[in-house]
Write a protein that binds this ligand. Structure first.
Ligand code: UDP
Length: 331
């Protein structure tokens, strides 16, 4: 298929571009490079530096390449920042998605695979989280993604030819197996990269956010899914879309690891002792989040290849060791 990846220069989008090209799809990338990296997209792939607000520009790209499906990864994705700058989140994540949908409508493109998030569930009372778990986000980031899910549903009702998938990611982690791509955020706040940057000596210490949660070791539990498993699911979902489909899936491995378990994994994989400080809770962190990911397994036969945290950390470690300063400067 001819696929437009918007946000294709970002962490997850760039892995999707790589995989799509590897399995024989024709890929075009649009990214405004506000958070992404030009270096993450091969020069052989058509690349447009363009804001999603540019409806006319998007329409031209969609038509020029006879795009059949859009994978939409372009979003701001920091919970804390979304609390401080809600309008930026609603503009970037919601309003600009409407612009993208308008361009798709004008160009007659009727398939979208949308990056949603488990943050749309907020703090669920019951885990594991199933797709029917009530969506009650607790911050503007989660709400911006939920609004887009609702917009997609309404738009699909108005346009029977349209089909979409909303994939609710849990904690995406790891890097391309061949070492060519990885995570390069500024600031980097995620658990595994923070631990690895500490292992490399680029940070003096690692702070565990809270040790008094109602979990076996007192630290938060999350579901870490390898970025390549996640991207493979996108392709399976895209290939399953037919006029009128509305596919909603959780994407996790269905198993939780605590912050301390991930810390120990990083120490095992790197062979380095991490200087740790035990700090207070980070506001807004639910104690336990992990997916019931059986729906996508059952319906599309997707299974994650990476189910052990050490294997996921291994790929991330390979990337950070080789690229301690991200894409800009290779060691
Ligand atoms: N965490 C931590 N120290 C850090 C970064 C993260 O203890 O420096 C914890 C965080 O409180 C959460 C888990 O690690 O319980 C995963 O956090 P991350 O930001 O990677 O993802 P989130 O689950 O918030 O989307």
């Amino acid at each position: 298929m001819n696929v437009l990846v918007v946000g294709g220069a970002g962490y997850i989008g760039s892995h999707a571009v790589k995989l799509l090209a590897e399995v024989g799809h024709t890929v075009v990338v649009v990214d405004n490079l506000s958070r992404g990296h030009r270096e993450a997209v091969p020069t052989t792939i058509p690349f447009y530096e363009m804001p999603l607000a540019d409806t006319e520009g998007l329409k031209r790209v969609l038509k020029r390449y006879r795009i059949e499906c859009v994978m939409h990864f372009a979003a701001l994705a920091y919970v804390g920042e979304s609390v401080e700058r809600p309008l930026a989140y609603y503009d970037n994540n919601v309003a600009q998605t409407v612009s993208l949908l308008r361009a798709m409508e004008a160009a007659g493109v009727d398939k979208m695979v949308f990056s949603s998030t488990c943050a749309t569930y907020g703090e669920p009372k019951v885990v594991p989280i199933v797709e029917e778990t009530p969506q009650e986000p607790i911050n503007p980031y989660g709400r911006s993604k939920l609004f887009v899910e609702k917009i997609l549903a309404d738009y699909a009702t108005s346009r029977p030819a349209f089909s979409y998938a909303a994939l609710r990611y849990f904690n995406v982690a790891g890097a391309a197996r061949d070492g060519s791509l990885g995570e390069d955020h500024d600031p980097e706040t995620h658990l595994i990269p923070s631990l690895l940057l500490t292992a490399l000596g680029k940070r003096p210490q690692f702070v565990v956010f809270g040790t008094d949660y109602p979990t076996p070791d007192g630290t938060c539990i999350r579901d870490y899914i390898h970025v390549e498993d996640l991207c493979r699911a996108h392709i399976m979902v895209m290939e399953a879309l037919q006029a009128g489909s509305r596919l909603i899936y959780n994407l996790g491995i269905g198993r939780g690891y605590s912050v301390k378990e991930v810390l120990h994994s990083v120490e095992r994989v790197t062979g380095r002792k991490i200087p740790v400080v035990y700090g207070p809770r980070r506001p807004g962190d639910p104690a336990i989040l992990y997916a019931d990911a059986t729906k996508i397994r059952r319906e599309l036969n997707w299974t994650p290849e990476y189910t052990e945290i050490d294997a996921i950390v291994e790929t991330a470690w390979q990337w950070f060791k080789d690229h301690p300063d991200g894409y800009r400067r290779k060691s």
